[in-house]
Design a protein around this ligand. Structure first.
Ligand code: SF4
Length: 393
């Protein structure tokens, strides 16, 4: 093991071990105006009348943690947190601040849907300590938003950004490529529209047909035709080139940021560090145990109101499985990659022993690059990342 004084610089390891002591908190708000066709999140429409009761339960669940837990990052995601009213949002922020006091210089992100943000809510968020907003734009093409069954209109995005820009130092868009009906030209157009709005961060995900979603069923029934693999590759390739040229450096397989605007909260996940998670379906990773709450809202409310935890699936990884998982997550960080001393410090394993023959094979094949200390994806490797990572697992 590596002594504290030898800890690699820039890896956030000057504090007590962050893979044991959580320094991040995730809070889930499940309410949405409508269920989008591709959505596999713990989200539901038509349950807004339960929002106050849900906030009571959330406060109670945070109380189960005992003493306030200072953290460096907070992420309120959903669902659609901005589906809550301004009064409810103010209450939520106050409850979260009390249980998860944010360290000075900390990052506090809230996800927002362009159609549900207004000036009053934006003021509540900014005054409540939120300093980063992540907007679910997904596309600026009306027909692609329809294919995704999103219920906001493209023109609502610039309107939301007019609210976000003066109030928050960092803000991000989520965009999705490979939507049925999309082409490389339409995707290039989406990227240009996004860039003109001047985000400090962009997340660009390839569409996934998650089992059980409406879109997955439509695909199985032949009602929608997925975009050809080659076209999807062209879209991803263009994303990397265009965003990099605009100063939004790629730092994770699907994430791009101007310097200093990387999502510190998501970097916690990609280092396989510990984090708290509260709310419907929320995942947490504490002392080597990964668990998530039930995704059944009535069950969540009932259990918390009865003073019981709402934990559902729980998984305790053995040290080697945890090390493999850590390797896979770290390699997603395309710029930092996997730093061997950092990996060993966090897992107790040598990466070369874990990666056995997969590492030299993928280095020989030109998919990974290895400078003796760090291992990273090459540009070619990015297009086959899922295969390489599956190999390492
Ligand atoms: S807004 Fe987001 S969380 Fe809500 S249904 Fe759509 S994709 Fe899911």
């Amino acid at each position: 093991m590596i002594a504290t004084r030898d800890r690699p610089p820039g890896t956030g390891l000057d504090r007590p071990d962050p893979w044991v002591w959580p320094r991040a908190a995730y809070v889930h708000i499940p309410f949405c105006a409508h269920k989008c066709g591709y959505c596999d999140f713990a989200s539901l429409a038509g349950s807004d009348h339960l929002a106050d009761r849900y906030l009571d339960a959330l406060a109670r669940e945070m109380d189960f943690l005992g003493e306030p837990q200072p953290v460096e990052t907070i992420f309120i995601g959903g669902g659609t947190p901005t589906r809550l009213g301004a009064r409810q949002l103010a209450r939520l922020l106050a409850e979260v601040r009390r249980r998860f006091p944010l360290e000075p210089g900390g990052e506090w992100t809230v996800e927002a849907n362009p159609g549900t943000l207004d000036a009053e809510k934006a003021d509540v968020l900014a005054e409540g300590g939120v300093n980063r907003v992540s907007l679910g734009a997904q596309s600026f093409q009306p027909e692609l938003l329809r294919a995704l069954e999103r219920n906001h209109a493209p023109e609502e995005v610039p309107r939301a950004i007019d609210l976000v820009r003066p109030r928050f130092p960092s803000w991000s868009f989520d965009l999705i490529f490979g939507v049925p009906g999309s082409t490389p030209a339409l995707w290039a157009d989406d990227l240009e529209t996004a860039l003109q709005l001047g985000p400090s961060h962009l997340s660009c995900y390839g569409l996934v047909y998650e089992k059980g979603t409406a879109l997955w069923k439509q695909e199985r029934e032949g009602l929608v035709r997925p975009v050809e693999e080659e076209a999807e590759r062209a879209m991803y390739e263009h994303t990397i080139d265009r965003l990099t040229a605009e100063g939004l450096a790629m730092y994770e397989i699907s994430n791009f940021a101007r310097p200093g605007h990387e999502s510190r909260h998501n970097l916690v996940y990609w280092a396989n560090d510990a984090y708290f998670g509260v709310g419907l379906g929320a995942a947490r990773y504490l002392r080597g145990v990964r668990s998530s709450n039930t995704r059944d809202l009535p069950a969540y409310l009932r259990r918390i109101e009865e003073g019981r935890e709402a934990t559902g699936p729980t998984e305790t990884l053995d040290p080697e499985a945890r090390a493999r998982e850590t390797a896979v997550l770290m390699l997603r960080r395309t710029r930092i990659g996997l730093d061997r001393p950092d990996f060993t410090l966090r897992t107790g394993f040598e990466f070369d022993a874990i990666a056995a023959e997969a590492l030299p094979r993928h280095v020989r094949g030109g998919l990974l690059e290895d400078d003796g200390r760090r291992v990273r994806f090459t540009r070619d490797g990015l297009f086959l990342a899922d295969t390489v990572l599956a190999d390492l697992l």
